[in-house]
Write a protein that binds this ligand. Structure first.
Ligand SMILES: NC(=O)c1ccc[n+]([C@@H]2O[C@H](COP(=O)([O-])OP(=O)(O)OC[C@H]3O[C@@H](n4cnc5c(N)ncnc54)[C@H](O)[C@@H]3O)[C@@H](O)[C@H]2O)c1
Length: 373
């Protein structure tokens, strides 16, 4: 741990020879509470805090947003889903089928300030998940990524500053903000040095939230998500993460190309665990002005993941191929995350094993694949 922090200090060009500056630095970055005990929470009590509350979910027709919107309806919240349903993005009206008569759906773009000014009024919570999520698209069209992932975040926050300073916002950040790790597992002390435009804009988006929390008192927190999987994810193309694409190929009994042998280690979260993390961060005032890593139970190589998926689904196969040049340049290699901070401060940890999560995922898609393929 100490070695890791000293590496980080060297990254940040802090003088590691001087005892004072080193101690000062360690004090500044040391987020772990002095008493090393994970926080114990009563999840039902947290759920209860959403009953009859007005909750807006941006990107709520997408993968994680729709699962969150469905859960919030179950908890008795008045849910407003805001989603632009831009073609080829993850928004899918079928995602909201179970709650179509319970939610309000506003097909709107978070880039539009007058719309946001109106929509943020009277909301108790905003779960801010709208985003352009394709890393490769962010390199092909950096302007759109900038507009949605960076500028729109200011639009939403400015709208709150003007019309709803009392709202609590939880923002969906990403592990992509860290870029290629200097050490593993990656904790929140790790330097952020993104490898693509998406990572840079998501980083800025996150920091606008922290800034508005600190300067204007608009309560906001950010969760840095790792690869999330589960029902309601886009499967149609391979530009929005590899899990959805692998699921599609497996359902169609086709061959998966594993880049670079598939030895890259990653950690994964089932979407229900991620939904709980949003609800916990929303309800806990301690989260305000903070960012937290989510992380999977244990890292697994892509090859082992694919083997497990094939076993659970009973279809599909894979072959190993060299990394395509355009993907290699932005690939982050092995990555897994340390979620100690959120475990100790807010009491979240992933509960669903990869086997159980994949089982639920394939059950869902086998039933509803027509809406996703
Ligand atoms: N899924 C993951 O593994 C993962 C990992 C890290 C971070 N995240 C973050 O979590 C959030 C949700 O991701 P997801 O996997 O559910 O993606 P998704 O594509 O399924 O959902 C994003 C939603 O945002 C909507 N959207 C995009 N631009 C919009 C705009 N301008 N106005 C309104 N709505 C717009 C899309 O239509 C889509 O429904 C994103 O911000 C993403 O960066 C996801």
């Amino acid at each position: 741990m100490l070695k890791r922090k000293i590496d980080t200090m060297q990254d940040m060009k802090i003088n590691t020879k001087s005892k004072n500056s080193k101690n000062e630095y360690l004090n500044r970055i040391n987020h772990i509470p002095k008493v090393l005990k994970p926080k114990i929470i009563n999840l039902n009590k947290i759920y209860e805090s959403y009953r009859n509350k007005n909750v807006m979910v941006t990107g709520g027709a997408g993968f994680i947003g729709s699962n969150l919107a469905i859960k919030l309806c179950e908890l008795g919240a008045n849910v407003l889903v805001v989603d632009s349903l831009i073609e080829d993005y993850g928004g899918n009206i079928f995602n909201l089928e179970p709650v179509k008569n319970k939610i309000k759906l506003n097909i709107a773009d978070v880039r539009t300030y007058p719309t946001m000014l109106y929509l943020v009024k009277d909301q108790d919570y905003i779960f801010n998940l709208a985003g352009q999520v394709s890393h490769i698209d962010s390199m092909i069209d950096p302007w759109t990524d900038l507009e949605i992932n960076c500028k729109s975040q200011l639009t939403i926050l400015e709208a709150c500053k003007k019309n709803n300073k009392d709202v609590k916002i939880v923002y969906a950040g990403t592990r992509q903000q860290y870029g290629k790790p200097n050490y593993l597992p990656v904790d929140e002390d790790h330097i952020v040095h993104p490898t693509d435009v998406n990572g840079i804009n998501k980083m800025a988006g996150e920091w606008y939230h922290i800034l508005y929390n600190n300067v204007y008192g608009i309560r906001a927190a950010s969760l840095r998500l790792v690869n999330t999987y589960g029902p309601r994810q886009l499967l149609k193309h391979d530009r929005q993460g590899f899990i959805g694409w692998f699921i599609k190929l497996i359902l169609e009994d086709k061959k998966i190309d594993l880049y670079g042998g598939g030895n890259q280690l990653r950690d994964f979260n089932f979407v229900d665990d991620v939904v709980d993390a949003f609800l916990i961060a929303g309800a806990d005032e301690k989260a305000n002005g903070n960012f937290y890593n989510l992380g999977g139970q244990s890292p697994i190589s892509l090859k082992d993941l694919v083997k497990l998926m094939i076993k659970i689904s009973g279809s599909g196969s894979f072959k190993e191929i060299p990394f395509p040049e355009e993907r290699k340049k932005i690939d982050i290699g092995d990555f897994y995350s340390d979620y100690t901070k959120i475990k100790f401060e807010l009491g979240w940890k992933p509960k669903i094993s990869i086997e159980e999560g994949l089982q639920k995922t394939f059950e869902y898609y086998k039933k509803y694949q027509n809406y996703y393929l």
